[in-house]
Design a protein around this ligand. Structure first.
Ligand SMILES: [Zn+2]
Length: 198
């Protein structure tokens, strides 16, 4: 499956025309020295599981380093701060609470309805899980609208899914599709509460 879009983190960046190469042979544009070092550290920490690399014309992406099994916990999402409004580097965990997340989490690109990884939120952190078996080399893709009630900025989606939503807005716009695609286990719990947005 070819599903992708720049995530609300990397996704809104200008589309680049990079071909897939290993990190050792490419320095992608618009990252600074600190991010380059964080990528290196993340790839060491997740060696043999996942690897951050350049994802075609989508900027950075995260790829399976081996065959991954449905149900595996793959990536720990560690917030380095919280905000009450969304941004391109945040994941929403409550009506007015957004985690600014670390690498590799913020390099996982988006896919509509056919994502192969999903997020489970626990307290003030979260984890990515494999939603199905994923072959070595495949890109990990998740559906931003499983956590984001309203993305920081709507963006056009060209993920290639047969059920692409066209424009990514947030759960408020596509909640029925999201629920049908993933069920409640991989939708942010706050979105399932009856509590109205304040
Ligand atoms: Zn799409």
């Amino acid at each position: 499956m070819i599903c992708s879009v720049l995530k609300n983190t990397v996704a809104i960046r200008p589309v680049r025309t990079l071909t897939f190469r290993s990190l050792s042979s490419v320095v992608a544009p618009d990252i600074n020295d600190l991010e380059q070092e964080q990528i290196k550290q993340a790839n060491e920490a997740y060696h043999g599981i996942v690897e951050i690399s350049v994802s075609g014309d989508r900027g950075w992406g995260v790829f399976a380093s081996r065959d991954l099994v449905k149900g595996e916990r793959l990536i720990k999402i560690t917030p380095f701060s919280f905000t009450d409004t969304p941004n391109q580097h945040s994941i929403q965990i409550d009506w007015k609470k957004h985690m600014n997340v670390d690498i590799p989490a913020r390099f996982v690109n988006h896919c509509c309805n056919e994502a192969n990884v999903g997020i489970k939120i626990r307290d003030e952190a979260a984890d990515f899980y494999a939603l199905r078996d994923i072959e070595s080399g495949d890109e990990l893709l998740w559906d931003y609208e499983t956590t984001e009630y309203r993305v920081s900025e709507n963006f056009p989606c060209n993920c290639g899914s047969s059920r692409c939503r066209g424009t990514i807005r947030g759960y408020y716009a596509h909640g029925n599709q999201v629920m049908k695609a993933y069920g409640p286990d991989f939708i942010a719990p706050y979105l399932l509460k009856k509590t109205p947005l304040k």
